[in-house]
Design a binder for this molecule. Structure first.
Ligand SMILES: Nc1ncnc2c1ncn2[C@@H]1O[C@H](COP(=O)(O)OP(=O)(O)OP(=O)(O)O)[C@@H](O)[C@H]1O
Ligand SMILES: [Mg+2]
Length: 455
């Protein structure tokens, strides 16, 4: 269990005792106490807490004087104010200055514990979002998934990365072919050298040769200077030939020659240039059929297909849907400053039966849209209109096949609470667990409280 540190600044000794008694129930919280601003600053010189709980009236000043100083020193540190009396103006000023909450005394301990736990959880989420934001800024894109099919693919990618062998990645659109090509490069000894991509389907046929191999000054009208092609740019690194099935036949033979000789010839040049390039190609077309129909050269196919990696479609790795969805929720939380927590079990169930013709890209787009539009912390089927047709009617039982034991338990709790109109005593009785266990599980599974009962 990860511990959280709380700094309590409270000049009233009776209030301080009550706070310590009420909060130390949480074994995962470490409490530091300071009756004065001076003592608080002393503690803060050696300890950075995860949350500050500060009385509005202090001996030397008010929390409003302390807040901006602490905000500057510890940006994003949640600052919760407690007050016996506070004017509306002061409360608004506190919130505007960045206080996480203003809570009125007398404080009910169970409520306070829950509020502080929520504030800490949101802070934790923001923190992990920050590291994700930094990763996104660096251009890192982690590979998410732990289904057997996906793990096999990753293991193969790792295994082939150190060699120079050509790799052919096949798979439907959106299955992650490019992300795997990137991973092979970054697992390899060439990772510090360039990873150069060319989309063979996007470049007009007459420009393809100069794009791949470059050209010499004066090679054609308008060639005012010499230019390197993608092969030379990728020297000592990796060249990723995307949509290789779209490569015109005339270029197929030139590519084959370059792969076999390790040399290229710029357009208009008389000499060849040696290049050290590892080639990875990808396609969503069936190259073998194209070969048998004479649309793709068989010698090039065999030259590319030294190591074949097939990306399984998402419908064959439904175990990864929950993980990928959570990953994309976090990504789009960060990009849109949202705090969506997850999806409901119904959404997951509907997703697991969805055909996913666009694979992971389709899932990513769907989650992005839901995160941007949703107002609630848990995404429901209504946030995924495309899933609706596949969605089970309200009263249909949800099959538990495909859910983990934890998900089944969460589902049982949500449905029992609904059945009992959120009466936790009745729900705990029906589930044959203690009320304390029910509360713990509601928290553990982050089940939203439909009808909060503040006591
Ligand atoms: N395992 C994964 N973990 C996280 N994100 C992934 C994963 N696989 C794919 N993605 C994301 O899904 C999207 C599609 O992946 P990618 O572009 O690699 O697919 P592709 O097979 O090249 O698709 P296409 O054939 O349409 O070009 C990208 O945004 C990528 O970041
Ligand atoms: Mg691609």
């Amino acid at each position: 269990m990860e511990k959280a540190t709380l700094l309590i600044i409270e000049p009233d000794s009776a209030d301080l005792d009550a706070l310590v008694e009420g909060l130390q129930v949480r074994e995962d919280w470490i409490l530091h106490c300071a009756p004065t601003r001076k003592e608080a600053m002393n503690i803060l010189s050696s300890e950075v807490p995860d949350l500050i709980l500060c009385a509005f009236r202090l001996r030397e000043c008010t929390a409003l004087d302390l807040l901006p100083i602490l905000q500057e020193r510890f940006p994003n540190l949640p600052f919760v104010i407690t007050a016996r009396e506070i004017s509306v103006e002061n409360a608004i000023q506190a919130i505007r200055a960045g206080a996480a909450e203003v809570l009125m005394k007398p404080l009910k301990m169970p409520v306070l514990r829950r509020q502080l736990a929520d504030t800490l959880a949101r802070q934790q989420l923001r923190r992990s979002n920050r590291s994700l934001r930094e990763a996104l800024a660096r251009g890192d894109s982690p590979l998410v998934g732990n289904s057997p099919g996906f793990l096999k693919t990753i293991a193969l990618a790792e295994q082939v990365a150190p060699s120079r062998s050509t790799v052919l990645i096949t798979g439907e659109s959106g299955t992650g072919k490019e992300i795997i090509a990137n991973a092979i490069h970054s697992f390899s000894r060439r990772s510090e050298k360039p990873f150069v991509k060319i989309n063979c389907g996007a470049i007009p046929e007459n420009l393809m040769e100069s794009e791949l191999f470059g050209y010499q000054k004066g090679a054609f009208t308008g060639a005012h200077h010499s230019k390197k092609g993608r092969f030379e740019m990728a020297h000592e690194g990796t060249l990723f030939l995307d949509e290789i099935g779209d490569l015109p036949k005339a270029m197929q033979v030139k590519l084959l020659r370059a792969l076999q000789s390790g040399e290229i010839e710029r357009v208009g040049a008389t000499e060849t240039v040696k290049v050290d390039v590892r080639v990875i190609a990808a396609t969503n077309q069936d190259l073998e059929t194209m070969v048998s129909e004479g649309q793709f050269r068989d010698d090039l196919f065999y030259r590319l297909n030294v190591i074949a990696i097939h990306m399984p479609p998402l419908r064959e790795r439904i175990e990864d849907i929950a993980l990928l969805t959570q990953f994309f929720i976090e990504r789009y939380n960060v990009l849109n400053d949202k705090l969506i927590e997850g999806i409901s079990p119904r959404v997951l169930k509907a997703m697991q039966g969805f055909p996913w013709k666009g694979n992971i890209r389709e899932l990513e787009n769907m989650v992005e849209r839901a995160v941007v539009l949703a107002q609630d912390p848990i995404l429901e089927v209504s946030h995924f209109p495309a899933l609706a047709a596949n969605y089970l009617p309200d009263n249909a039982p949800i099959s538990v096949v495909g859910l983990t034991m934890a998900e089944i338990e969460k589902l049982a709790i949500i449905q029992t609470l609904q059945h009992c109109h959120q009466d936790k005593h009745r729900a705990a009785n029906m589930l044959q667990i203690s009320l304390a266990t029910l509360y713990r599980k509601i928290k553990e599974y982050q089940i939203p409280e439909k009808n909060p009962n503040p006591s």
